[in-house]
Design a protein around this ligand. Structure first.
Ligand code: BT5
Length: 263
């Protein structure tokens, strides 16, 4: 079993911001919850929290993130950017871009899925959860970005968890071999730092544009289950808040805030 080597990660990192502090826990409720508390205590921009397992790992809208011990990556990163609250989705995008780069490098054939997933062969490999604490004048106080990435969990183990049996996959399953989590983490942090610097120097739109190009969904027909109905149409735009605009058959441009996309 691959062990997460924190000292090696610390030694290797050559980042501007991310990894300024790295905390590691065997078992906690949720790395996002933990980092939110640390954010309130004043921890610095770039602080990272890892857990080997989470008892209450979370997805969006109160959904659960299954977090069995020792095999996957559950991590959160704290950011203290001077941005408007409505721009915080950019952190989901920069995280997806970084993870996608790392997965491409080890030849995992995956794609980005709006708004916060990485999928492979129609199954979910990773999810990103961005949360923030509002500050003054419409700006954020801090942002916490959580990443759950299925690394070495086997298909047998996945199938023993009913909630994800039919929807999840892992890097090990795709590559038919175990993967070193330490190396993956190094790559993810290094790439997130690179995109964070692009964001700080070139702004929100530069990251959104990169994400949209990598996503490849513009001008494609898609169906989105919004939870309160299915909307069909051609994707025309993703704005800086992460909202997706679908042109429906009637020619109307519909703004979609969240939903599950299928092609
Ligand atoms: C997400 O939510 O995809 C965001 C997941 C973020 C998890 C990380 S882990 C570290 C940090 N700490 C936390 O507490 N959370 C973050 P959403 O799009 O709402 O997807 C949730 C759905 O994904 C669930 O309802 C399941 O269908 C599915 N799911 C749950 N666990 C999964 C897993 N391990 N692998 C693949 N799919 C899973």
């Amino acid at each position: 079993m691959s062990i997460l080597q924190l000292d090696e990660i610390r030694r290797y990192l050559n980042t501007v911001a991310i990894g300024a502090e790295i905390l590691y826990f065997q078992r906690i409720r949720s790395t996002n919850d933990m980092l939110f508390v640390l954010g309130e205590q004043g921890y610095v921009d770039g602080t990272v929290v890892f857990a080997e397992s989470q008892t209450q790992g979370r997805g969006r809208l109160g959904r659960k993130w299954c977090s069995p011990p020792g095999v996957n990556i559950y991590m959160s990163i704290l950011f203290r950017p001077k941005i408007e609250i409505s721009d915080s989705a950019v952190f989901t995008f920069l995280t997806s871009l970084a993870v996608k780069d790392v997965l491409s490098k080890i030849r995992v054939p995956c794609s980005i899925k709006w708004p916060n997933d990485i999928v492979c062969g129609g199954r979910k490999l990773a999810g990103v959860l961005t949360e923030m604490k509002p500050g003054r004048n419409g700006l954020v106080d801090f942002v916490v970005v959580g990443l759950g990435l299925n690394v070495n969990i086997t298909m047998e183990e996945i199938q023993r968890i009913p909630a994800i049996a039919n929807i999840a996959t892992s890097i090990r399953e795709v590559l038919s071999k175990e993967v070193d989590r330490t190396n993956l983490v190094k790559g993810i942090i290094q790439n997130m730092d690179r995109y964070y610097m692009i964001f700080l120097t070139q702004g929100v739109d530069s990251i959104v544009t990169k994400w949209v190009n990598r996503w490849g969904g513009i001008n494609r027909f898609m169906k989105i289950d919004t939870g309160s109905g299915v909307i069909e149409g051609v994707a025309r735009k993703v704005d800086r808040s992460g909202f997706l605009y679908l042109e429906t058959i009637s020619g109307e441009l519909k703004k979609i805030v969240a939903g599950d996309v299928s092609y």
